[in-house]
Design a protein around this ligand. Structure first.
Ligand code: ADP
Ligand code: ADP
Length: 226
């Protein structure tokens, strides 16, 4: 079944002489159960495409649709993990994770339990009551990942989420993410410039190039990983 359908999408930043053609006529279907990586060098339009799918920037030309309809704005079915963690600085790790769970209407007890489960998953046990400013960059990023995964969105959009982690933590997080995907088979769109990361994680990879940003190849990754 089609999960995300991207139909002839072009995106330009700015106007006139200083305008930048960030994406040029992108066509891509991502299946509902697919782990899709957008791979390419800096500036090829990966983040732009991800934000368009998320509804964070408006589609100018072409159409993006999901089973819920044409994407016009952010929706609860599509959750994003940004490159630079976006935690509430005045909330602790636990409160940050609980925030999203309350928004989707979980009872307090269930929310507490789920929060603890995902805090453990990202190896932040013992830091539940820490504030973001008390944590390293990598730990904040893991807290942001826990907050997003805990709400179990239908589509998970990730913009180089492991870029700030040290090599060992990155590997652990990649394995966890792959395992979560194996259990849930949700749609994942994962932006990276790291070939190894894309091959390890994804089912299918869009290889992008810049000037202007476009998809050169879409490849299947054949190796079984589960
Ligand atoms: P990537 O994620 O692959 O690094 P981006 O989607 O961030 O690529 O950027 C694609 C192109 O659009 C780049 O040339 C970048 O400089 C340009 N761009 C991105 N965001 C903006 C913006 N807000 N204003 C102007 N140009 C931008
Ligand atoms: P970064 O790469 O930004 O330092 P990591 O998540 O890779 O972040 O952190 C590496 C490890 O360093 C953590 O798993 C943790 O054990 C330790 N660490 C980092 N910051 C702190 C902190 N504020 N308090 C306790 N331990 C920390």
């Amino acid at each position: 079944a089609p999960g995300i359908r991207i139909d002839d999408v072009t995106h330009t930043y700015g106007r006139g002489d200083s305008s930048v053609l960030a994406l040029n006529r992108i066509n891509l279907d991502i299946a509902e159960t697919e782990f899709h990586a957008l791979l390419g060098p800096s500036g090829c339009g990966k983040s732009t495409l991800l934000y368009l799918i998320g509804g964070f920037i408006p589609v100018q030309q072409g159409t993006i649709s999901t089973p819920r309809g044409v994407v016009r704005q952010p929706g609860p079915d599509r959750a994003i993990v940004f490159q630079n963690f976006a935690l509430f600085p005045w909330k602790t790790v636990r409160e940050n994770v609980l925030y999203g769970l309350k928004k989707i209407g979980l009872r307090r007890e269930e929310a507490e339990q789920r929060a603890q489960e995902f805090i453990s998953l990202v190896h932040l046990n013992g830091f539940e009551n820490s504030y973001p400013s008390q944590l390293s960059g990598g730990m904040q990023q893991r807290a942001a990942i826990a907050r997003t995964l805990a709400v179990d969105p239908k589509t998970l959009l990730m913009d180089e989420p492991f870029g700030a982690l040290d090599a060992q933590t990155r590997r652990v997080m990649q394995e966890e993410l792959r395992a979560i995907w194996g259990r849930t088979r949700k749609t994942v769109v994962f932006v990276t410039h790291d070939v190894q990361e894309a091959v390890f994680l994804a089912d299918r990879i869009s290889i992008m190039s810049s000037r202007p940003g476009r998809i050169e190849h879409v490849i299947d990754v054949p190796l079984p990983k589960d």
